[in-house]
Design a protein around this ligand. Structure first.
Ligand SMILES: O=P(O)(O)OC[C@H]1O[C@H](O[C@H]2O[C@H](CO)[C@@H](O)[C@H](O)[C@H]2O)[C@H](O)[C@@H](O)[C@@H]1O
Length: 263
């Protein structure tokens, strides 16, 4: 789909919320370590999760360890590394790992390849590797070539392009599959999925949510399969705050009504 898409409604009802992190809940920064989710937004996510009986998960390219740090003190269901890691509502983890010899060989190969590209950076996530060029945009083509050579050389890997990054992840892993897995489990099952994301990795999530008749929301510009659009992270934050308030109001109203009925 192309522009323009409109801002999604403030939803009321039984939803399963899925949020991407970088570029959606957190502003893009020069370095991955500089990112934060503002406290008011973390709290609103927690309220929204409580209002939906826990049916809210973060779906990110980051590792689950990093996601927990960024969401602290709250503890949400998570899909990390584009879905290669998943933690369900019961705290059980589901991990797609690379054979350890393969992971070591890939890391050595990438480290050698990136050594000649000053300013570039490798982020090792265990079963995936992000090749960052935000600080060295002149090396974009060389990094894309290195990533392509890597998936051609080693079996079972796939490319995941992103914002000033090319990632190498286990083949068959994507955010859509992670959302679909959550939707088969309580408390997500039976609810309408809502997924908000900003980047190419989020398109698989939009496809999964569209196929389930849910609500897909793209943050920022660019072609997308999403049905709705929020202009940027600030507008996403406002929408999340409105959602949390709206659901709190609905809960209070229903509380008063049931109190009235029982009197
Ligand atoms: O799926 P997401 O939650 O959007 O995560 C995608 C990747 O985000 C991080 O990298 C990106 O954000 C950085 C901080 O703003 C930025 O410096 C970098 O250029 C972006 O590519 C993270 O480092 C990756 O591991 C995530 O996969």
């Amino acid at each position: 789909m192309t522009d323009p898409l409109t801002v999604p409604p403030v939803l009321r009802g039984n939803y399963a919320f899925f949020f991407d992190l970088d570029g959606t809940l957190a502003e893009i920064k020069p370095h991955p370590d500089q990112v934060i989710i503002p406290e008011s937004i973390r709290m609103a996510l927690h309220q929204l999760a409580q209002q939906q009986q826990g049916a809210l998960a973060l779906i990110s390219g980051r590792s689950m360890v990093e996601l927990d740090g960024l969401a602290a003190p709250y503890h949400f269901p998570l899909a990390g590394v584009h879905g290669a890691e998943r933690r369900d509502i019961k705290d059980q983890t589901h991990i797609v790992a690379l054979p350890s010899t393969l992971a070591t060989e890939v890391e050595q190969w990438l480290t050698a390849g990136m050594a000649t590209l000053p300013g570039s950076e490798i982020e090792n996530k265990g079963m995936a590797f992000a090749l960052h060029y935000r600080q060295a945009p002149q090396h974009q083509l060389a990094i894309e070539r290195l990533a392509q050579d890597t998936v051609a050389r080693f079996e079972g890997l796939a490319l995941q392009p992103g914002k000033c990054v090319v990632e190498i992840k286990p083949a068959g892993i994507n955010k859509g599959a992670a959302i679909t897995a959550f939707m088969q489990e309580a408390p997500f099952r039976g609810r309408l999925p809502v997924f908000v994301g900003d980047d190419l990795t989020d398109e698989a999530g939009f496809d999964a949510v569209n196929a389930a008749g849910g609500i897909s929301v793209k943050v920022g510009q660019g072609n997308t399969q999403a049905q709705w659009r929020l202009a940027n992270v600030a507008e996403t934050h406002r929408w999340v705050l409105q959602l949390a308030q709206q659901h709190a109001l609905t809960d209070r109203r229903e509380g008063y009504e049931s109190l009235g009925r029982s009197i």
